[in-house]
Ligand binder design. Structure first.
Ligand code: GGG
Length: 368
């Protein structure tokens, strides 16, 4: 069984040259278990800082989300993008508490951030971890990255509702796939594949969506000669969903549109043992804007406030952030500590363990 010790060195920047350079991080814990797992990730980062990590981290926390909405009438301030722009990175927990506010309202800052900061490459690794059972697929060796186009596609805010509330109501929501957008995410995918097993699978539904996904097919075909050392496969989303379960070990880099990547990355978490494990990075590869790091999971209102949320997805997202900020050794220390704790069965209930969020976090810190 493979380990997670080298989960995402693919996105690592060269190590920071100046010793202990300071990086400013905006913390947006959000709602539900987002707050609990963010606290866990910051506790781990503080422990690294205290022991003299490669970079010094300075956190500023923003209390945006459902409670902020209850106080102010908005989920976040109007100028939230201006507030975030100067930071080196943004670290998010989770958003949404549908019993108190519709999810399409709480999700707005996340989607706007990804688009305004051109975080077009959403990197979502999923890998088998020693000590973690895989109830959905049995003991399979999985090591894939779901690379989600994150700036356009189905998440563009373009549409409307007509004859609202009448039996004749019609809702229209348009997806936008630009040649530039498709090309840059595929190039990013090819580059990632070159650092891994040199296989790229592109997921579309080009048999049924004959404009948008046929464009994806054509752009892939156009790029293939530039990357002769990378093997490519095309799959439709329905077949890919089945193959993630049937033969997950064949996938290396999986590139897809915004919506399909969102769905497939949850599934990739499920097959490796649970979504609580999975980290993600929303990257602006040109580094003109801050990138955003968050666990793949949501706010899990059913277990929020009980202190039992799995902190691993958030802690591994913090490791991805360190990779991106030029502290790959610190990132590796975190991944090794997580791996060692999980292998020893020191995990939360969702993974079959007995630990609380705080205990699981302490177990990881003890192994740093
Ligand atoms: N951890 C981030 C979070 O709260 N995700 C919930 C969610 O539904 N996100 C939608 C998306 O990633 O597009």
């Amino acid at each position: 069984m493979s380990t997670i010790a080298t989960l995402t060195p693919e996105i690592a920047a060269p190590a920071a040259k100046d010793s202990r350079i300071t990086k400013r991080i905006a913390l947006y814990p959000g709602d539900g278990i987002g707050r609990e797992v963010t606290e866990a990730a910051v506790t781990v980062l503080d422990a690294l800082n205290a022991g003299g990590g490669q970079v010094q981290l300075e956190f500023t926390e923003y209390d945006w989300g459902v409670d902020y909405h209850a106080r102010t009438g908005a989920v976040m301030p109007d100028d939230f993008l201006d507030i975030l722009r100067p930071f080196d990175a943004v670290f998010l927990g989770a958003v949404g508490l549908p019993a108190r506010l519709p999810d399409h309202i709480t999700l707005v800052p996340l989607i706007r951030m990804r688009q305004a900061f051109d975080q077009y490459a959403c990197v979502r690794p999923a890998r088998t971890v020693a000590g973690v059972p895989q109830p959905l697929v049995g003991n399979r060796s999985i090591d894939m990255i779901v690379l989600r186009e994150n700036s356009e596609g189905e998440y563009i805010d373009n549409g409307g509702r007509f004859r609202k509330g009448t039996p004749d109501e019609v809702a229209v929501q348009t997806a936008v796939h630009s040649r530039r957008g498709v090309e840059r995410i595929l190039r990013f995918g090819f580059d990632l594949a070159r650092k891994r097993r040199r296989h790229l699978t592109m997921i579309t539904k080009s048999n049924a969506q004959k404009y948008s996904y046929v464009l994806w097919d054509e752009v892939l075909e156009q790029l293939e000669p530039e990357f002769p050392d990378v093997a490519t496969t095309k799959e439709h989303i329905d077949a890919a969903a089945m193959n993630f379960v049937r033969r997950p070990e064949v996938f290396d880099v999986v590139v897809s549109s915004n919506l399909f990547g969102d769905i497939l990355s949850d599934l990739s978490g499920g097959i490796t043992g649970g979504l609580g494990l999975n980290p993600s990075a929303n990257l602006n590869p040109e580094r003109k804007f801050p990138s955003l790091f968050e666990p793949v999971h949501g706010s899990a209102p059913d277990i929020a406030g009980q202190g039992i949320a799995n902190p691993v997805g958030a802690i591994l997202s913090a490791a991805m952030m360190l990779d991106w900020l030029g502290a790959p050794k610190d990132a590796e220390r975190i991944r090794a500590a997580v791996e060692s704790a999980l292998a020893a069965g020191e995990s939360t209930r969702d993974l079959g363990g007995k630990l609380t969020t705080a205990e699981a976090t302490r177990a990881i810190i003890a192994r740093l």
